[in-house]
Design a protein around this ligand. Structure first.
Ligand SMILES: [Zn+2]
Length: 142
């Protein structure tokens, strides 16, 4: 039994990693290998990997969630807030949240584009109107 000065267990896994270095994972007293290197825990490892795979699977909204409007930047706020909460509660993977964030950013760019087009149309309409009433804003006149 190997124990540190503070009484903690310093026993390490006896296996070697793929790069040849000794595995640094601590093992319980009586164990020679860690969870990852114990040949007797192959089935447990497989089950843990399957659970991990399930956790990483994309979560989707339930089919009965009413469709939501995404027309303005303000419409994004509750969705981003809900996404943050779900990540913090471990209900949504950070990867899925990153995808939501990227989509929100792309959507915001289309809002900017739409708003600029609208402002340009408004300006063009104003110029066309002032051309019709020529002389109204003519600085040489008056
Ligand atoms: Zn190990």
């Amino acid at each position: 039994m190997i124990r540190g000065n503070d009484g903690s267990n310093n026993r390490r896994c006896g296996a070697r990693k793929k790069d040849g270095d000794p595995c640094s994972v601590k093992v319980k007293e009586g164990d020679k290998r860690c969870f990852f290197h114990d040949p007797g825990k192959k089935e447990e490892r497989r089950a843990a990997q399957a659970r991990g795979g399930q956790a990483n699977r994309a979560l989707s909204l339930p089919i009965d969630v009413p469709d939501f409007v995404l027309e303005t930047v303000s419409d994004l706020r509750p969705i981003l807030a809900a996404t943050m909460k779900r990540v913090l509660r471990h209900e949504l993977s950070p990867n899925a949240a990153t995808a939501v964030c990227n989509l929100a950013n792309s959507l915001m760019k289309t809002f900017d584009d739409r708003d600029l087009r609208q402002r340009l149309q408004d300006l063009e309409r104003l110029v066309a109107q002032s051309d019709k009433k020529k002389g109204l804003f003519d600085p040489d006149e008056g």
